[in-house]
Design a binder for this molecule. Sequence first.
Ligand code: HEC
Ligand code: HEC
Length: 393
Amino acid sequence: MVLPLLFLAFGLSTAVHSTRAAAQDAPAFTPREIGRILAHGPWPQPARPDPSNRVSGNAPAIALGERLFYSPRLSGTGAVLCASCHEPWRAYSDGRSRGVGIEPVDRNTPSVVNARLNRWFGWDGANDNLWAQSVRPLLERREMRSSAAQVAALMRGDPDLSLLYQRAFGAPPPANDEALLVDVGKALAAYLETLDSGRTPFDDFRDALARGDSAAAARYPPQAQRGLRIFIGSGKCAACHAGPNFSDAAFHRSGIASRLETGEADTGRQAGIDRLLASRYNQLGAYSDDASRTGAQLTRRASGETDAAGAFRTPGLRQVALTAPNMHDGSLATLCEVLRRHPAGESAVESDEAQPGPVALTAQERGDLLAFLATLSDADGSRMTGANPLACR
Ligand code: HEC
Ligand code: HEC
């Protein structure tokens, strides 16, 4: 009896010892791993004007867009503004499971920070450009319940807004209500394009690796380094959360099924494609300022997308420690919950071999990943919350 107990005690003590050692050690990254890490930068990404929006990057349009983003007068009741849901002090989301405008809506409010880097907009990609996505909440019954006529009357009737419009677009507000509504969307989009998140501890580490500056790299916490190694390696996260904004701009099934107000299943991208193709404001339509229609290529091909049912757009992960609750329906309250449920979820859609299979993470790996995810927030962001990796058990 004594012998096995001794063995047990010995086994336990070495296990404890090696966990402790692991908690302090930073991994030595291989050249291949370093290549994968560098692919998540540089940051910030260079400004790139949106060819479908003639006031993209235009300073007076940005000023007008900022005014409009904070104006409740755009809404049907005069009580809801963009910032009611995209609250600047919550990384431009709202801390709720699902957004609440004039009435509650079906999905979680995503941050609008870094939205200029998206290829599709909304969890289902129902819009292919930022100005159409900015028009959407104005017309949505449960969000701002406005109309082209109401928005146009406000723009024409308010001397300040008319003047700002004239400065931005080089002409007084047009007589056509819908054209004016779309221009309001374009001014809002020009403003949103300026909302980049700042540099993060991860970006400093990444650039230090790029320079071969090991002293600077050593300042990045070892636990975050281990989380990063899992993220780009065994966790397979970077297969979908790819590139500088940690999104592949594609749609995947996450295993989170939700229902719409009507009681029907939220089919995500499937219904999103129908809405995209039916929209008067997509890049194929008359309101795009891109004469070449180059940006419309993916839209033309959208009807051929397979496995769209129940798929949602991979969200970017910058500032993610600040935007809980998570997922398209806000059903996971914390990042900890996400790490418990999401990697083991149905992201391994059997019919789609391109998608990585489910991954089982240990508690230690979840803690490491959380420490890494927390380093994707900028200095403003980390002052706002202070995500605590130790809380993930
Ligand atoms: C009722 C809350 C609410 C209001 C008000 C609101 N939004 Fe949103 N916003 C959302 C929700 C919810 C989504 C996700 C929509 C979806 O996937 O169907 C979203 C998505 C977006 C996105 C897409 C972000 C991305 O990464 O795809 C942008 C851009 C955006 N909103 C801009 C605006 C602008 C501009 C206004 C004001 C004109 C506004 N929103 C008003 C809740 C709101
Ligand atoms: C198959 C592609 C895929 C893989 C692999 C993947 N994700 Fe995701 N991730 C998604 C999609 C899609 C969503 C949104 C799903 C939804 O809303 O239903 C998401 C959501 C998230 C969110 C919530 C973001 C938010 O704003 O709500 C986090 C955090 C996250 N993933 C982290 C990870 C980590 C960490 C890993 C690796 C352990 C990982 N993901 C692997 C596709 C993927």
